[in-house]
Write a protein that binds this ligand. Structure first.
Ligand code: AMP
Ligand code: MG
Length: 480
């Protein structure tokens, strides 16, 4: 592997240098060999993946560190946060010379642990491992992981669980909350920090007339695109706080999260979200709010006399959010539907389909797949309001008439996954893993590697649909 040092170049007030504290009885969980290869791990390094993924072996020439940041949690200023249970253990150059962070989650207490124990449990590590892998394979920008290890160390949560560690990869761990911390606690560092963010992550903005505004615009646009992709795949983040969004618009920090099954726009995947702040349908507006908080943290970069103008300029960057979101969402939805994006009635027709899914409580992923396979009878059989369904079908055919249907069908095939990570699938793999059997984790890992490809030899019937409506949904909380 090719290690480089970016973050350790920054002012030491922004992090605390320390080594991981291994768990008792660390052992293999699962290894993503393809990703290790992309990151140019040699055969010998790959053979030592358990040591790397359990904090027993450190990455040469990189001073591992906990980052400090702050944030707004559930809409409230939370003050200083920071890596309370994870360390940036290395930064690597991948095959394409892109810099990738390696972050070891569950590596022990840091000065930012507050009341926490610095650990992660096997349940949440498996959920994060599979979800990051699933989103990546779906084409949604996301953190991913090289692998995870389990242990024999008991960890107290709502019950006693098993300690585990995850070696996460990310194009950046710089969160919106980093800027909030700097403004609150070390404002003199802001200018240099922003300059580094642009140089590392948005070098194309350096030559813009106003690099900071160009940077702000790109962060807004990338975040909007990520949220559009989440929505298209029915993914919802359960803790979309400003400390859990990064500046590169890739999905970060899976605590509670979920892939929606039955289509319910007001679905909450996190049972600790008592005010329903992070429902599926609220995610775009919450991201917009988070970006607004973030942009305000760029204001100190200009002199007092320029502030008013700069405020307006920053607002103009935030205004890119909605059209960018809509552009990606509408385009993606048309592709999922097999409808031409330019047709004036396509979006309304797609909305009519979603209305049916909502009122009939149908499975989001499965219904799009049925549409793709033209399983009209199966879809109709699940509806109570047949008039509504028949009207939709009529409109759908009318729009597709005289279009290049072959092309539209081909689009559907690469926009409608057959496999998503349903909560009950993850739960089954977790239960087996807690008993020492990782074969179900491996099966899901393989299945989710190619979510658009039918894998009859690997799939189970339960992978394709939600739990029957008389079975209780698995509830996910912040405790991880
Ligand atoms: P989250 O919203 O789950 O990403 O975490 C919010 C903050 O709590 C971050 O600063 C985490 O590092 C910290 N945190 C979460 N769980 C623990 C833990 N078990 N020990 C220490 N810090 C934690
Ligand atoms: Mg977090």
């Amino acid at each position: 592997m090719h290690i480089i040092k970016q973050y350790p170049e920054l002012n030491p007030q922004l992090y605390h240098q320390q080594s991981p504290q291994p768990l008792i009885g660390a052992k293999a969980g699962h290894f993503n060999q393809a990703l290790a290869e992309q990151l140019q791990w040699t055969t010998q390094e790959q053979e030592q993946w358990v040591e790397y993924c359990s904090g027993q072996k450190s990455f040469a020439d990189f001073p591992s560190l906990a980052m400090v940041y702050a944030g707004h949690q559930f809409g409230q200023w939370a003050g200083q946060l920071g890596d309370g249970r994870g360390l940036l253990v290395a930064q690597l150059q991948d095959q394409n010379r892109q810099v990738i962070d390696l972050h070891l989650k569950g590596a022990g207490k840091t000065p930012y642990s507050r009341m926490g124990d610095g650990r992660a449990v096997l349940r949440s590590v498996i959920r994060e491992y599979l979800a990051g892998h699933a989103l990546t394979a779906l084409g949604v920008p996301s953190t991913n992981a090289i692998g995870f290890t389990t242990s024999t160390q008991p960890i107290q949560r709502e019950t006693i669980e098993t300690g585990a560690m995850l070696l996460r990869t990310a194009d950046s761990h710089i969160r919106l909350g980093h800027f909030e911390w700097i403004n609150q606690y070390a404002p003199e560092l802001l200018k240099d920090f922003v300059q580094h963010c642009i140089t590392w992550h948005y070098p194309e903005c350096l030559t813009a007339q106003q690099p900071i505004l160009a940077f702000a615009e790109q962060v807004v646009r990338r975040t909007a695109k990520m949220i559009a992709l989440w929505q298209l795949h029915g993914f919802a983040h359960g803790v979309m706080n400003t400390d859990n969004l990064n500046i590169t618009g890739s999905t970060l920090d899976f605590g509670p999260f979920g892939f929606m099954e039955r289509f319910r726009p007001n679905w909450i995947n996190n049972h600790s979200d008592h005010h329903a702040r992070y429902t599926y349908q609220q995610q775009p507006s919450v991201a917009h709010w988070n970006l607004w908080v973030w942009l305000n943290n760029l204001l100190p970069l200009v002199q007092e006399t320029e502030k008013e103008q700069f405020k307006q300029d920053l607002s103009a960057q935030l205004a890119h959010f909605e059209p960018t979101f809509l552009e990606h969402y509408q385009q993606g939805l048309s592709a999922k539907m097999g409808l031409p994006n330019f047709h004036k009635d396509s979006f309304q027709c797609a909305m009519n389909f979603l209305t049916i899914l909502q009122s009939e409580q149908l499975d989001y992923t499965q219904s799009f797949l049925r549409l793709q396979h033209k399983q009209w009878q199966e879809l109709r059989d699940d509806c109570l309001n047949l008039h509504q369904f028949d009207q939709f079908v009529e409109q759908y055919h009318a729009i597709r008439q005289n279009q290049d249907q072959q092309q539209l069908d081909a689009e559907m095939q690469c926009h409608n996954p057959r496999y998503i990570l349903r909560n009950h699938m993850a739960q089954k793999a977790i239960s087996a893993a807690q008993a020492g059997d990782f074969s179900e984790v491996d099966r899901l890992f393989q299945l989710l590697s190619q979510p658009y490809t039918h894998q009859p030899e690997r799939e189970h019937l339960a992978d394709l649909g939600p739990l029957p409506s008389d079975q209780a949904e698995i509830s996910v909380s912040c405790s991880s």
